[in-house]
Ligand binder design. Sequence first.
Ligand SMILES: [Zn+2]
Ligand SMILES: [Zn+2]
Length: 236
Amino acid sequence: MQSKDNCGVCGQPLVYGTEEVKRICAFCGKEYSALIYCPEGHYVCDACHERAAVDILRDVLRTTTLTNPAAILEKVMSHPAVPMHGPEHHAMVPAIIVTAAKNAGYPVPEGAVEKAIERGSKYPGGWCGSHGACGGGVGVGIAVSVLTGATPLTGKTRGLANEATSFALGKMVDGGARCCKRASRNALNAAVEFLGTRMGIKLDRADKVKCQYVKRNKECIGKECPYYPTSSLPLP
Ligand SMILES: [Zn+2]
Ligand SMILES: [Zn+2]
């Protein structure tokens, strides 16, 4: 299987630009403005990039009885259809939080897991760099919004959802290039802390995993990452 960490069409390393360019998705044929694209002109839109991984996510979440968000995340990410980086991780974070809360016996609104997938999967890839808010961190806010039924008009729960995003992003700040594995793991740790202290939802905290994606990640920050196999850094 071709690596999806480079261009999904020709395998070249992708350009991460600062100027938007018009590109046609190689799979669905729709036109997009893109900041991330192949130097040969190929482009894969977010929806096509994440389709297979989101299917896997749905299947795992429908059947898992795990109550530890980190354990669910590692299971989903270990599937070969899940790319190293990309917006599919934005769907994973909120949907896994909601599923873990549900499995732990907390009341969860009807359809909440699907709502979390829908909302998270629409948060574009690369926005950590271009918009200053990592989709993993925003995923914690999405989870809180879904769990509380927040809308732009619901004062208290809207505030709580924004507080959750802010809390998560604050815990995730580091000086390294983006890594969607590190970000998703950090986001779930932050979520466990936030849900426990602010919402009375007690979920299991992560055990320290030894990252198995080091070789796949060209921009791995090594021992500066708490999940690097020989890192002694504590989890955030
Ligand atoms: Zn290409
Ligand atoms: Zn497409």
